[in-house]
Write a protein that binds this ligand. Sequence first.
Ligand SMILES: Nc1ncnc2c1ncn2[C@@H]1O[C@H](COP(=O)(O)OP(=O)(O)OP(=O)(O)O)[C@@H](O)[C@H]1O
Ligand SMILES: O=C(O)C1=C[C@@H](O)[C@@H](O)[C@H](O)C1
Ligand SMILES: [Mg+2]
Length: 171
Amino acid sequence: MTIVLLGYMASGKTAVSKLLGTALEMPVIDLDNYIEQKEEKTIAEIFETQGEIYFRMKEHQYLKEVLEMQTDIILSLGGGTPCYANNMNLIHEYTIDTFYLQTSIKEIISRVKDEKSKRPLIRNISDEDLPEFIGKHLFERNVFYQQATHNVVTDCKTVEEIVAEIKKLLN
Ligand SMILES: Nc1ncnc2c1ncn2[C@@H]1O[C@H](COP(=O)(O)OP(=O)(O)OP(=O)(O)O)[C@@H](O)[C@H]1O
Ligand SMILES: O=C(O)C1=C[C@@H](O)[C@@H](O)[C@H](O)C1
Ligand SMILES: [Mg+2]
């Protein structure tokens, strides 16, 4: 069984996958970390030196590589993974256990405010322009995120509560 977590930047994919992995005693692969290890660069460095198109190509290639392992894992995606290269259709070929961690614009902003630098797509957006940027970006991406089998709202919930909700939905 492969469990896939998806959602916008700072929706909690990494945090939730770690705790879910402990709760279900399953190994966790964070696609962003996987790409960084394979490419021996941080995501920010890949964007800077090779650009976003190269990143999206590698993201697709490594997503495929991880899915083809066919082992039981929890896979947390990058924020943009579902939105490129037919990746959602590819994911659905391997699993129905896909969870969209739905997070409001306001909550996303409060979570990313102090850690913009490691997120290349928003690092150069001023705090003032962030709500409009994230609003438009989420609107464009929603069509892909909504293809997940389950929606889990994360606002006003602890990571522990989100993990409990996912466990319930799996039964
Ligand atoms: N349910 C939650 N409540 C409050 N804070 C949270 C929650 N989930 C995650 N966070 C915090 O929000 C920030 C972003 O979380 P995390 O890195 O897990 O998101 P992500 O979805 O993996 O983002 P990215 O797409 O950028 O990798 C972290 O500081 C994390 O501690
Ligand atoms: O939302 C996005 O497009 C991204 C989110 C991060 O997880 C990284 O995968 C990268 O910074 C791109
Ligand atoms: Mg993450």
